[in-house]
Design a protein around this ligand. Structure first.
Ligand code: SF4
Length: 333
């Protein structure tokens, strides 16, 4: 692919991504046939409950699906137009960190407790770039300042246990951004933090992405996070995408009963002390997905067709699509 064609291609294109694990009677899909794309500088949120397959989908983009899981051969993941599922292992290693970086929900498990945080960032930089330690330390300091770590020069020399949870997560973001990746994958980056710190970390991700032009894929179960950072949203349920659209479309005009249910379960200030409306039941386990619409066992609007037939994508607008029979029939649930 020429460099002009690369520049025109979406930053990331995922098509027909299927991830399976061996079960008692053959391979069991955990993610099945999903597709999405991310433009340069854009933030996409993938939203769903635990067990929907969203975290595994993010790991697949780094080719880090845990064994014995496997990505089906018909799956396509293109980064800057290049098929990264077909890259040789050394080339893929170079993509990780340098072009696509990832931050996880629990920073403590990702930081080495016996090495100062500055040394860890310097090491990550020198692993991917031929900079001197002094140059790498200067880059680390620049990143610490960028993510709003106070007294950044002093904080380079402290150990992880000397930092609060919020500061540790800022260090992880600084480390991820130090290689100047084009795409940042953030898997539930604020789950372990309290509400105030959570808002600060989301603001850091939003501001840094805007300032550096880094695209972000954020994985979350929380529509509150979507409201803070996302440009576009894809909702996953039982290994499939069930609705996608812009943040405004998904927050203001959700069409899928599952998206509507997730939105009703956001804690709102006016509902403080009151009960949130939860979606009854749990996501069915892989291998036990019901026939027809996989959501029909929990959907208050399910009817005969939902049990018998899987819904196809219906375009609601140029940017919003929904997999629900109501939309196919031009009706609202
Ligand atoms: Fe509910 Fe049927 Fe739509 Fe599925 S297809 S979300 S069961 S109304």
């Amino acid at each position: 692919m020429t460099s002009a064609a690369k520049a025109d291609a979406p930053l990331l294109e995922v098509a027909n991504l299927t991830i399976s694990f061996p079960g008692d009677v053959g391979l069991v899909p955990v993610v099945e046939g999903i597709g999405f794309s991310i433009a340069r500088g854009e933030t996409l949120a993938i939203v769903g409950e635990s067990g929907s397959g969203k975290s595994l989908s993010a790991l697949a983009l780094m080719r880090l699906v845990p064994r014995p899981g496997r990505i089906a051969p018909e799956s396509r993941v293109r980064f800057e137009g290049e098929d990264i599922l077909g890259l040789p292992v050394p080339a893929m290693r170079a993509v990780r960190g340098a072009k696509i970086a990832m931050i996880f929900q629990e920073p403590m498990t990702s930081l080495n407790p016996v090495v100062t945080v500055g040394a860890q960032v310097v090491e990550a930089i020198t692993l991917h770039e031929s900079l001197s330690r002094q140059e790498a330390r200067a880059r680390a300091l620049e990143m610490f300042k960028l993510v709003g770590i106070p007294d950044a020069d002093k904080r380079l020399d402290v150990y992880p246990h000397q930092l609060s949870g919020g500061l540790k997560q800022r260090v992880m973001i600084a480390m991820a951004l130090a290689m100047r990746p084009k795409l940042l994958l953030a898997d539930e980056p604020t789950t372990a933090l309290d509400a105030t710190i959570r808002a600060q970390i989301l603001a850091v991700i939003r501001d840094v992405a805007a300032r550096t032009g880094t695209a972000v894929l954020i994985i979350t179960h929380d529509f509150g996070v979507v409201n803070e950072v996302a440009d576009r949203v894809a909702v996953m349920y039982a290994g499939q995408i069930v609705e996608e659209g812009t943040r405004h479309e998904m927050l203001r005009h959700p069409k899928h009963p599952y998206t509507q249910g997730l939105l009703r379960s956001i804690p709102r200030p006016e509902a403080r002390g009151g009960k949130l409306e939860e979606i009854k039941g749990v996501v069915p386990r892989p291998g036990q997905w019901p026939k027809g619409c996989r959501f029909h066992t929990r959907c208050a609007f399910a009817y005969d067709r939902c049990v018998a037939e899987a819904p196809r994508r219906t375009a609601v607008t140029a940017t919003q699509g929904v997999w629900c029979h109501f939309a196919e029939e031009g009706r609202s649930p």
